[in-house]
Design a protein around this ligand. Structure first.
Ligand code: ZN
Ligand code: FE
Length: 241
């Protein structure tokens, strides 16, 4: 594995992700909500910061960018189409863009739904998916701007990624997602097992992420929804839960 991803907890339930290309020592941070935890993580490892990768424009994903840019002068990567509401982009990207990151590359997947300009990143070398607020463990993002059909289609775009892909999502929502998922599939044994594991991890103050895409395929009601109608119904039920 060339690229590794490490969760940096921010705010009350956000995860920013520290990416390191072990071959070259290049570093990147995904969606820094805050500055201090990012600096602490970098300083602990004695690293600078080469890139910031943004999934969408919400304040809890970009709040730390300005200060980090001032301190480390990283290149900021984000969706070209959302440039008007993102921090200043050095590398504007779109569907299918490949961003060099040391010896590895990040592939951009446009995933509208949570916001219309939301993008995800996939790193084949390391098997890492950075879905931002599109996909969570046992859940998916709220539809602030997009339609259920758009979100269903966006999550479907992860369909060709391998089962052992590590899902490095933007929030620790897994406990409440598990409670809701169990109302959808109360007898799903994989989900029951995951819910118990999540309870133990959170009890110890540990993150429930990353989780594999294979595990999510067995447990996440939003991935398991067979059609848009089912997806829309589950999303509406979660909004009202
Ligand atoms: Zn968001
Ligand atoms: Fe968020």
């Amino acid at each position: 594995m060339t690229v590794t991803a490490q969760a940096i907890p921010m705010l009350s339930d956000n995860y920013s992700w520290l990416l390191i290309d072990s071959a070259t020592g290049k570093t990147g941070i995904v969606d820094p909500a805050e500055t201090r935890p990012a600096i602490a993580a970098l300083e602990k490892l004695g690293l600078g910061l080469d890139y910031i990768f943004l999934t969408h424009h919400h304040p809890d994903h970009i709040g730390g960018v300005a200060k980090l840019v001032e301190m480390y002068h990283p290149k900021v990567v984000g969706n070209q189409a959302d440039a008007h509401r993102l921090p200043k982009l050095d590398i504007p990207v779109h569907e299918g863009s490949l961003v060099d990151f040391g010896n590895a590359r990040l592939r951009v997947i446009e995933t509208p739904g949570h916001t219309l300009g939301h993008i995800s990143y996939y790193i084949a070398d390391g098997g890492i998916l950075l879905p931002g607020d599109t996909l969570f463990s046992l859940g998916c993002g709220r539809l602030f701007e997009g339609s259920p059909a758009q979100m269903f289609n966006s999550i479907g775009k992860y369909g060709d990624l391998p089962d052992d892909t590590l899902v490095c999502a933007g929030h620790e929502y897994t406990s409440s997602n598990a409670r809701f998922a169990l109302t959808v599939e109360p007898e799903n044994q994989a989900l029951l097992d995951r819910a118990r594991q999540v309870q133990i991890l959170r009890g110890m103050g540990q993150p429930t992420l990353p989780v594999t895409l294979g595990e999510e395929r067995a447990t996440n009601p939003f991935i398991r929804a067979k059609d848009v109608e089912t997806f829309a119904r589950i999303r509406a039920a979660k909004d009202n839960s």
